[in-house]
Design a protein. Sequence first.
Length: 149
Amino acid sequence: MATAEPVPGPCTATPPLDGQDVLDVVVRLPKTMSPRATVAEARAAFADDHVHMLLLTEGGRLLGTLVAGDLPSSGAEDDPASNYAPLEDRTVPPHFPAEEARQLLLSTGHRRRAVVDHSGRLLGLLCLKRRLTGFCSDNDVADRLPNAT
C-alpha cells in the first residue's frame, strides 16, 4: 500500500532538510554592527523591513544580538545598543541539524538565530523564510540589494 507524500506547509520543509546542518543553510555574510552602535543607529537599521536581527560583532566575535523589541520604546537614543543585546537563546552551534533548528525557531516564534562556533566567532545568520518552510540563502539576500539585477 502506497503512502502519500507530505503536503508542503508550515510544518514541512521544502525542500527537505534531511542530513543538513545549520552551516549548510546559513547566510554566511550577514550584516553586522559595531558594539559601539547607538540605539538610534539600531533603530535606523530596523527601518529596513528585511532586517529582523542585528548582530553586534568585534573582531569576528559575536558580542550581542538585537531584535527591534529589545530596544527601549522611547528615548535612550545615545545609549549603546549593546546595553540591550542578549546572546542567550539567540544562537545555535554550526553542526546543529537544520530541521531541528527550523523546529526550534517555529516553537519559539522566532525566525533568526546567529550561528557561532565554540569560541563565539560568528559564522553566519540562520534566517527562516516567511513561509516557514526553509531558510534564506546568500543568493536571496543578494537579490534584495539595491543594485541587484
